[in-house]
Design a protein around this ligand. Structure first.
Ligand SMILES: [Zn+2]
Length: 138
């Protein structure tokens, strides 16, 4: 009780700041699937604005995603951190084909989306329209 971990806290703070910068730069949308994400701090407000329940909102809340995973030596720098929804972040590590780098994973997510096999229909109004996913927009 009451023990503090200054080094761990400093690292967490850097990750949080970089996540917030990425979130703003990405227009509040997930790096992989493009869903509109709530900031964890503003999740209740987001539920009211977009008429979804808290459990659903938690699935797409903004998380810090390391493009090169920490386990593979990826740094906590701004260039290695993007904002991704919890669902994409979680699925990268649990469910996606193993061995994909972040480019491969992004492609795989888009394939799933184009087949209607990503976030369930109740999130449809928060996702970019299908045309932008299958079109030439990079
Ligand atoms: Zn996502």
């Amino acid at each position: 009780m009451g023990s503090r971990h200054p080094h761990w806290q400093r690292k967490a703070r850097i990750i949080q700041i970089n996540r917030q910068k990425a979130y703003q730069a990405q227009g509040c949308r997930c790096h992989y699937c493009g869903v509109l994400m709530p900031e964890p701090k503003r999740i209740k407000r987001f539920c009211e604005e977009h008429h979804i329940n808290l459990t659903d909102a938690e699935q797409i809340q903004c998380t810090a995603e390391h493009l090169v995973p920490v386990s593979e030596g990826g740094p906590n720098s701004r260039s290695n951190i993007v904002a991704a929804c919890w669902y994409c972040n979680h699925t990268r590590h649990h469910g996606a084909p193993p061995g994909l780098d972040h480019h491969g994973y992004a492609r795989w997510v888009r394939e799933q989306q184009s087949q209607g096999q990503w976030l369930p229909g109740r999130y449809t109004h928060l996702q970019p329209c299908a045309l932008t996913l299958t079109g030439s927009h990079a």
